[in-house]
Design a protein around this ligand. Structure first.
Ligand SMILES: [Zn+2]
Length: 198
């Protein structure tokens, strides 16, 4: 954490005083405040302000669930989606992207386990359809490295279990694209509630 006085030069480099520059611009100021929290030195501060927002490319694979759908055949190459998400999007945005990718109904609790171990409370971020612990945890602040695995569990009763793996990190987003998005998929997911119990 580094302190910036209101009378100090604005860290954006404009040459104006901070209080007469980015301090008054909500968007620019939130970027500065974020950098300020992360930075230990002046150099870091500038680095974090100029930081590009990377895109994280994850493979999300459904590895088990209770299938109620009659005659459902599990794709032999797996049921998975490749999802791109921006570093400044949050874990709960990621949850919604997964819900959409597999056509789940977002009607139950869920958890991410960062250690990839189911029910590991120490690394758990959970949520329900209304609110989530990961609401303000940005993907870029999770310290993720390529090949990192994470467990995503949806519905503690039926336990729809997904394994997530970070495949690559791209330095900057394509500005013409709305993230998160699915770039590749394999296998049709079973219907969450099957087709014969309604
Ligand atoms: Zn400024």
């Amino acid at each position: 954490m580094i302190k910036i006085g209101r009378n100090d030069p604005c860290p954006c480099g404009s040459g104006k005083k901070y209080k007469k520059c980015c301090y008054n611009d909500a968007e620019k100021n939130s970027k500065i405040e974020r950098a300020q929290k992360k930075a230990e030195t002046k150099e870091d501060l500038i680095k974090f302000i100029n930081e590009k927002i990377a895109v994280y490319v994850f493979k999300v694979e459904l590895i088990s669930m209770f299938v109620r759908q009659k005659d459902f055949e599990w794709d032999k190459n797996g049921i998975w989606r490749i999802i791109e998400i921006k570093g400044d999007q949050t874990l709960s945005d990621f949850h919604m992207a997964i819900q959409n990718a597999f056509n789940w109904d977002n009607d139950h609790m869920y958890s991410f386990f960062l250690s990839n171990k189911k029910w590991d409370r120490m690394t758990e971020y959970s949520g329900n359809p209304i609110e989530a612990e990961g609401d303000d945890l940005e993907i870029r602040d999770m310290g993720l490295r390529v090949s990192k695995k994470i467990k995503y569990l949806f519905d503690y009763g039926d336990e729809l279990e997904h394994e997530i793996q970070l495949k690559r990190i791209m330095e900057e987003p394509d500005l013409t694209i709305l993230y998160p998005r699915i770039i590749k998929e394999n296998g049709t997911a079973p219907l969450q509630y099957g087709d014969y119990d309604e």
